[in-house]
Design a protein around this ligand. Structure first.
Ligand code: GAL
Length: 710
């Protein structure tokens, strides 16, 4: 169970002082057998479309729904941009049209998810109450006509958002065909208003956190550059480069502002809705870190995210990292509430995914824990910023060529759904993720070559190839189910976090820390002890100095040989039993012959420190050592390069999803005879064409890894 962190309590105090709705923490509920993503009475795997009936004459709606039904689509998300239609003038609500759409959908067995329309307020609202519009950092007020123009910190705007959510819930909270709610749209952008209202709320938030300016000045070390504050009102909203303590607190404030904005609507809906209706939000994957997603995801029933490739083709590692991160937010299955029907309209080159790739992508989603996939969008508006975007129907209302592939996949989802019921991804390896550390490193990268995503991907690729299943979870999440836990660059390791990680190793886990670990405390201040801070003692080693590298340097030792680039740290063993596993070759003099990787048995487990960014083949051999020494077994078994193996486990047994991402066909030998569910055959070997998919079933095993329980 997630702890109620000091931060949540803080926001509860501050935001309720401001008469905004407090954040309430709710434990994850995956202790039940059925994941909350699988809805009572519906297939365990669902496929749908994002549909905008308000853009079309009512006479057309039934044709759309008939076509969805014929294409085996069973969910539609609607209304998230229809505020001006639902509240055409202040306080006057019109829901009959929406009810008509919901009833027609019901007739065609299409379950409805209602979006609250608060990402696009109507013109009458922003005209009459201009303070609801965001002020950009440059002092300019955003104009009406785009979206995400409402200010999350505007008390007035929140009143309107709460009211529309409430009115919708009064009308549809008990509707049998409404299965759930999506709050707003893609608020992970976390756009803020830089106005006085936001600034005053930030000051109140800081006051509640620090109580005295002396405490704030001390934690931010404001004696530096005469930054000392004598009055709360002197504190700026940071724009551009600023004091790192101030910047981190601003990010925490941003997180709490969005969490409480979301909570405002959750409570308005919950007051009138059946508990069976879920509430989710559509996040945007790993790379969107506008706020701390662990905090914002907490009160949602489950996490949904919008999965777009943009230019190019699906990279299973890049997409897998996002899936595994989103699944890790609540450590529970997810929905893909928007995905690309071939192409988008917003990238540098809006190429289409290849024939077969959309199907492969949908199964990739399921393999990584998704129980629903919806295409954005069914049919595009005839005008508007996104009129040239991938769709399932053309402007003429007829299917585009891709609809056939989507319909085939939807039919497969429906016919195989039973095998996935109550199943989840279960991993022995976790990678730790921490928004504070991401922000802090990015603010002071020290070398522009330091690319946190590339560094993570290097670990992910190597470890996933071996283990075939990885969870990406918060650095503070329970870790008992894992054998191996890797933190690629966990910059902030305050004492409690260090104790948590130390405990994991003590209890038999293998903790691996990458470079830049354990540099800072929770205020984003440097720790006045050697890196990796509170973990230096259990590790039996410390970092003596770090170096941003101009060029790569050789390294060799028991774990192989290769190159280290971008970043290197000179390590010094402090305990007699600390082993040196890799050593730097000649470089800048400071690093020559010094340890690059050290490891020490600790308690019943082990702690390892990697002092540099490894090249991919060195990473592969280090990952092999980490996995072998941690007794990791592959989730499926050996597969040729380019085949991705995924595993989901449930009471009925184990299901594997194998996908060939190579442009040539490949043969896969199965570890033993399995049932191939797509063609209903027993198989010991498979031929997978390019983008080919196989779904394989194994009955329950007695030695299967335990399902995680919170
Ligand atoms: C998403 C957004 C949708 C649509 C889509 C286009 O980010 O939520 O409303 O704009 O992009 O790719």
């Amino acid at each position: 169970m997630f702890k109620v962190g000091a931060r949540s309590l803080l926001s509860l105090v501050v935001l309720s002082c401001l008469a905004l709705v407090p954040i309430l923490s709710r434990p994850c509920d995956s202790a039940t057998q059925t994941p909350p993503t699988q809805l009572p009475g519906l297939n365990a795997l669902l496929m749908g479309a994002d549909w905008y009936p308000e853009q079309w004459p009512e006479e057309r709606w039934e044709t759309d729904l008939q076509m969805m039904e014929a294409s085996h689509l069973n969910v539609a998300r609607i209304a998230e941009f229809a505020w001006s239609r639902m509240e055409p003038s202040e306080g006057h609500y019109q829901f009959d049209w929406l009810n008509h759409a919901v009833r027609l959908a019901e007739k065609h067995h299409v379950a409805i998810v209602l979006g609250t329309p608060t990402a696009a307020p109507p013109a009458w609202l922003t005209q009459k109450y201009p303070e609801t519009l965001r002020l950009e950092a440059n002092g300019q007020r955003v104009t009406h006509g785009n979206r995400a123009h409402g200010s999350v910190t505007s008390v007035k705007y929140r009143e309107f958002c709460q009211r529309i959510a409430e009115e919708m819930a009064k009308r549809f909270g008990h509707d049998t065909n409404v299965v759930g709610w999506q709050i707003d749209n893609e608020y992970g952008y976390a756009l803020m208003s830089y106005n006085d209202e936001a600034r005053q709320q930030f000051h109140a938030w800081l006051k509640a956190k620090y109580k005295t300016l002396d405490a704030l000045n001390e934690h931010w070390t404001t004696s530096y550059w005469s930054q000392t504050y004598d009055d709360w009102n002197e504190i700026p909203i940071p724009v551009g480069e600023h004091n790192p303590g101030l910047m981190l607190d601003w990010q925490h404030f941003v997180t709490d502002a969005w969490a409480s904005y979301q909570q405002n609507q959750i409570e308005a809906i919950r007051a009138h809705a059946d508990p069976r209706q879920f509430i989710t939000g559509n996040f945007m994957g790993y790379k969107f870190s506008g706020f701390d997603h662990y905090i914002v995801a907490r009160p949602l029933t489950f996490v949904a995210w919008d999965d777009y490739v943009g230019t190019g083709h699906l990279d299973p590692d890049t997409n897998g990292i996002s899936h595994d991160t989103m699944r890790g937010l609540k450590r529970e299955n997810i929905w893909i509430i928007e995905t690309q029907p071939g192409s988008v309209n917003w990238s540098a080159l809006n190429n289409s995914l290849d024939k077969g790739e959309v199907r492969a992508m949908a199964w990739h989603d399921v393999g990584h824990g998704a129980d629903e996939v919806s295409y954005w969008q069914w049919r595009s508006a005839l005008n508007g910023q996104e009129e040239i975007h991938g769709t399932l129907l053309g402007p003429d209302g007829k299917p585009v060529p891709l609809l056939d592939e989507v319909a085939t996949t939807a039919k497969e989802f429906a016919s195989l759904q039973d095998a996935f019921r109550d199943s989840r991804v279960v991993s022995e390896v976790a990678i730790l993720n921490d928004y504070d550390s991401h922000w802090a490193i990015d603010w002071q990268k020290h070398t522009e070559k330091y690319d946190q995503f590339a560094i993570l991907k290097n670990y992910y690729h190597a470890l996933r190839t071996i283990s075939q299943s990885i969870d990406i979870v918060s650095a503070d999440a329970p870790l008992d189910q894992y054998k191996l836990v890797v933190a690629p660059d966990l910059y902030l390791i305050p004492k409690t976090r260090a104790e948590h990680l130390e405990e994991f190793a003590k209890n038999g886990g293998h903790l691996v820390l990458g470079p830049r670990s354990g540099v800072k405390d929770e205020f984003n201040a440097l720790l006045p002890i050697p890196q990796p801070g509170y973990l230096a003692e259990p590790l039996g080693a410390q970092v003596e100095q770090y170096y941003a590298l101009e060029k790569s340097i050789p390294a060799s030792g028991r774990l192989g040989q290769g190159e280290i680039s971008v970043w290197a740290e000179r390590l010094k063993p402090n305990a007699p039993d600390t082993e040196v596993l890799l050593t730097f070759g000649p470089s800048n003099g400071w690093l020559d012959g010094r340890p690059a990787i050290v490891s020490r048995a600790y308690g019943r487990g082990r702690i390892t420190y990697i002092g540099g960014v490894l090249d991919s083949s060195l990473m592969q051999s280090v990952a092999q050592w980490m996995s072998t020494s941690s007794n990791i077994s592959p989730a499926f078994g050996v597969v040729p390069e380019g085949i991705e193996a995924n595993r989901r486990m449930g009471p009925k047994g184990t299901v594997y999803v194998l996908i060939n991402f190579k442009t040539q066909g490949q043969t896969v030998a199965l570890p033993h005879v399995m049932r191939s569910l797509l063609d209903q055959k027993e198989a010991s070997k498979l031929e997978l064409p390019p983008y080919g998919v196989a779904v394989l079933a194994d009955p329950p095993r007695r030695d299967a890894p335990k399902q995680p329980r919170l």
